[in-house]
Design a protein. Structure first.
Ligand code: ADP
Length: 279
C-alpha cells in the first residue's frame, strides 16, 4: 500500500479531515497549526514527491481536455506561506495552463468597480488551473479589520461571495479554497527570519508589524470567512501550516483528489489517425 493510502486508511483522507463543514462555527483559538495527523517529515516528503507527479499528470489531462476550470484560492495571515505553497506545489504544473494572480491593494481603476470585478476578470478558463494569491476574501478580511467600508457593506458580502462562487461552479469552475493557518509564535519567527536574511528582507515591510498587532481582529475575520463561506459547492480547507512540509503535502493531496474527481481524459484525436504513416 502506498504511504498516502496507508494514512488515509488510518486517519481518513486529508480532504475530509481539513474541510470546513458548511455552517460550522470555526474557532481558530482551538485549532493547532502544528498538527500533522500522524505524519512525519521524511516519509511525507516522499509522499509529496509522488503527489506532485500525480498532480502533473492530472493537470496535463485537464489542459488537454479543456472541459473544466479549476480555481485555487490561497489565504492566510502575513507569512502564512501563500507564496511558498505556490512555489512548491504548483511546480508540478505546466505553467502554460496555470495562471497565478496576486491581489494587492486595489488600484484606482479597480476601486472604480465593485469588489468582485477584478477577481472575475482573472478566473481561469476551461482547461486552466487558476491560482489566486489573496482574493475577494480580502474584502471581508483587511477591509473589515481596517473598517475601509462600513460594517453594513462588508457584512452583506458573505452572502454575495457565496452566490458569486455558486455561479462560477454552476458554469463549470471547480473552486478549492485553502486557508493556511499559522500561530503567532510561528509568524514572529518567520518575520524575524525575513529581517535577518538578506535574501528575504525585501519581503518585509514595517507595516507588517502593525498588521501583526491586529492578530485578534484578523482571527475573528478569518473565522467568519471560513464559517460563513465554506459551502457544499466551494469548500474551505483549513490547513495546519506551521510545518511547511505538511502544508505542501496537504494542499497537493487535496488538490489532486479534487481534480481526480473531475476525471479529466485526453481527447481522442481525429478519427482514423492512429495508423497514419508520416513520411
Ligand atoms: P503579499 O503580502 O501578498 O506578498 P503585498 O505585501 O503587496 O503582497 O501585500 C498585498 C497587500 O494588499 C496586503 O496587505 C493586503 O491586505 C492588501 N490588499 C489586498 N486586497 C485588498 C483590498 N481589497 N483592499 C485593501 N487592501 C487589500
Amino acid at each position: 500500500m502506498r504511504a498516502r493510502d496507508e494514512h488515509a486508511a488510518k486517519h481518513g483522507p486529508l480532504r475530509e479531515r481539513l474541510r470546513v463543514k458548511p455552517g460550522s462555527e470555526v474557532s481558530l483559538g482551538h485549532f493547532d497549526p502544528s498538527e500533522t495527523y500522524g505524519r512525519e517529515r521524511e516519509p511525507a516528503e516522499l509522499e509529496l514527491a509522488e503527489g506532485l507527479v500525480r498532480l502533473g499528470e492530472l493537470q496535463d489531462r485537464l489542459w488537454a481536455e479543456a472541459r473544466h476550470a479549476v480555481l485555487v484560492i490561497l489565504q492566510g495571515i502575513d507569512a502564512a506561506g501563500k507564496d511558498g505553497t505556490i512555489r512548491h506545489v504548483m511546480s508540478a504544473f505546466n505553467p502554460m495552463g496555470c495562471p497565478v494572480t496576486s491581489f494587492k491593494v486595489p488600484t484606482d481603476e479597480e476601486r472604480g468597480h465593485d469588489y468582485l470585478w477584478r477577481v472575475h476578470r482573472r478566473t481561469p478558463a476551461k482547461g486552466e488551473i487558476g491560482i489566486f494569491n489573496r482574493s475577494h476574501y480580502e474584502d471581508v478580511l483587511v477591509v473589515r479589520v481596517h473598517e475601509l467600508v462600513p460594517r453594513e457593506t462588508w457584512s452583506r458580502r458573505y452572502d454575495q461571495i457565496n452566490a458569486w462562487e455558486r455561479t462560477l461552479v454552476e458554469e463549470g469552475t471547480t473552486i478549492v479554497k485553502f486557508f493556511l493557518a499559522i500561530d503567532q509564535d510561528e509568524q514572529r519567527q518567520r518575520l524575524r527570519d525575513r529581517v535577518e536574511d538578506p535574501t528575504k528582507r525585501w519581503k518585509f515591510r514595517r507595516a507588517d508589524l502593525d498588521e501583526r498587532a491586529l492578530w485578534d481582529s484578523y482571527r475573528r475575520a478569518f473565522e467568519d470567512a471560513l464559517g460563513r463561506c465554506s459551502t457544499d459547492w466551494a469548500p474551505w480547507y483549513l490547513v495546519p501550516s506551521n510545518r511547511k512540509w505538511f502544508r505542501n503535502l496537504a494542499v497537493a493531496d487535496i488538490l489532486a483528489d479534487v481534480i481526480d474527481d473531475l476525471a479529466p481524459a485526453y481527447p481522442p484525436g481525429e478519427p482514423g489517425i492512429e495508423g497514419l504513416s508520416i513520411t
